[in-house]
Design a protein around this ligand. Structure first.
Ligand code: PLP
Length: 482
């Protein structure tokens, strides 16, 4: 994205695309938004999308496609085996990452399934900078355990550290020395670390992890699902790479790793995934899992149309005008909120803006789910759907005790190329109103608590009737506005 100096002295992101297909939105009056929240048990996963104004739940599979992607989809070559579409996607991956082999999968977690089935066994220890939900589930399903070796700065809510996703290599060396390299099937490095606020690692750090892995003969696997943001941050925050092209950085990253996998629901603006490598032995070892779980080797569960869209989307990921849009919108949100005194994770990451509910609602104890309460109150106040990432997203211990989350966050994801700046400014404005009225918000309790993944479909209710007071205050402040 070019640097533009505005006459007004303001700075804000400038989109380098225009909107050519639109979808109409509705913004329900606050009384109906409250009804929608009550119907969904104060859980935004259970809202109907028709009741939502801005859907900031996730950036997975909901990024906008370009005209070039849509055009490419019409040229898809439908064949079970040997499709020209697959050849084009394979060639694009080779061009960008310099890898010879490509195994297609239907989405990111399917790649994780294969990488865990092939390499992880009972008693394996798998180090990572930070876990991701689906990957951890696959590691533990085959009897392995996950060790997080994030640099301590990664879990500080407010920080000026540009690379909070960095791996602690000293800790990795100590782990290998104490348990032995044979217990560690691979090390996993996650780009744009999802669960700690979309925070990147530096290329210098990846190089150090790669050297440590080589020294002990341990494979290094890159989760490149959120690679686009990490590429942007390396170019903009790591002085050594300020002059490098995004394409050069992408190539160097992949070359430092033995295997790279990705969810194309995020990387490449499509829907799908896959595994790439330069190692023939690894390729042959993983290959048999694809026809068994995904589909034949030339589609792996993806539709040919989506594969064409990903091929073009990968090119757009390396487009220096395009790649900045998400991170710049997120930075705009985080900076505006931070200046207004609203507690957010800093520095701004990729993926979305993350509100610190523990400080926003410091009058609500953690066992009354402040992040879930804030998330519902925010939907009532705005029609914007965020995602709870706190204690509600944790699981109870077998004895029924409830662990409190490290961080109590509301995530406002920013799907790429979907929202305009005025929509983002509306989301900011309503959060400011809510902050001014935060003492009205109270806690939540479970009405229906599933044993597994309770945050997806559990139902809650307010402990006191604070929701009605919130609506009354909104009406008093905004008169007849939506
Ligand atoms: C989304 C995501 C995955 C899983 O990908 P799916 O396509 O949703 O299965 C894995 N790793 C990271 C970092 C992700 O953000």
């Amino acid at each position: 994205m070019p640097k533009v100096n505005y006459f007004s002295g303001e700075t804000f992101p400038l989109e380098m695309h225009k909107v050519r297909i639109i979808q109409k939105l509705t913004l329900l009056p606050i009384e109906e938004r409250l009804r929608a929240v009550e119907d969904s048990g104060y859980n935004t996963f259970l809202l109907q999308n028709q009741d939502v104004f801005l859907d900031m739940l996730t950036d997975s599979g909901v990024n906008a496609m370009s005209d070039r992607q849509q055009a490419a989809m019409l040229l898809a070559d439908d064949a079970y085996a040997g499709s020209a579409t697959f050849t084009r996607l394979h060639a694009k991956l080779t061009e960008i990452f310099g890898t010879k082999y490509f195994l297609p999968t239907h989405q990111g977690r399917a790649a994780e399934h294969i990488l865990c089935r092939a390499f992880v066994t009972e008693g394996s220890i798998v180090p990572c900078n930070y876990h991701f939900t689906t990957w951890k589930a696959h590691v533990t399903a085959v009897g392995g355990s996950v060790v997080e070796l994030l640099m301590p700065a990664g879990l500080e809510v407010t920080s000026t550290n540009p690379f909070k996703g960095n791996f602690d290599c000293q800790a990795l060396t100590e782990l290998v020395e104490s348990v032995g390299a044979e217990k560690i099937p691979y090390v996993r490095m996650e780009a744009g670390t999802n669960l700690i606020g979309g925070q990147p690692f530096s290329l210098a750090n990846l190089r150090e992890v790669s050297q440590t892995c080589k020294k002990y003969g341990i494979k290094l696997i890159l989760d490149a699902s959120l690679l686009a943001d990490n590429l942007h941050f390396i170019k903009n925050r790591e002085p050594e790479y300020a002059q490098a092209s995004i394409a050069q950085i992408a190539l160097e990253m992949a070359q430092l790793c033995d295997i790279t996998y990705f969810s194309a629901r995020k990387l490449g603006f499509g829907r799908g995934g896959g595994i790439i490598t330069n190692d023939e032995e690894i390729y042959k070892e993983l290959r048999s899992f694809v026809p068994m779980y995904e589909g034949f080797l030339t589609y792996g569960g993806m539709s040919v149309r989506e594969m064409e869209a990903i091929t073009v989307g990968l090119d757009e990921t390396l487009d220096e005008d395009m790649i900045d849009q998400g991170p710049q919108f997120i930075s705009h949100i985080v900076k505006t909120l931070d200046e207004a005194g609203i507690p957010v994770i800093t520095p701004p990451g990729g993926l979305g803006a993350h509100i610190d509910a523990l400080r926003f609602l410091d009058h609500i104890p953690q066992n009354q789910y402040p992040a879930a309460a804030l998330n519902s109150a925010y939907f009532i106040a705005s029609g914007v759907r965020g995602m709870e990432r706190g204690t509600m997203s944790e699981q109870r211990e077998p004895d029924g005790t409830e662990p409190m989350a490290d961080m109590e966050l509301v995530r406002l994801a920013v799907p790429r190329r979907v929202f305009t700046l005025s929509q983002v400014n509306y989301a900011i404005d309503r959060l400011m109103w809510l902050y001014a009225n935060r003492r009205i918000i109270g806690g939540l309790k479970w009405v229906e608590e599933p044993e597994v993944l309770r945050f997806f479909y559990g139902r809650l209710a307010p402990i006191t009737p604070w929701q009605h007071e919130l609506v009354a205050k909104f009406r008093a402040d905004f008169d007849d506005s939506l």
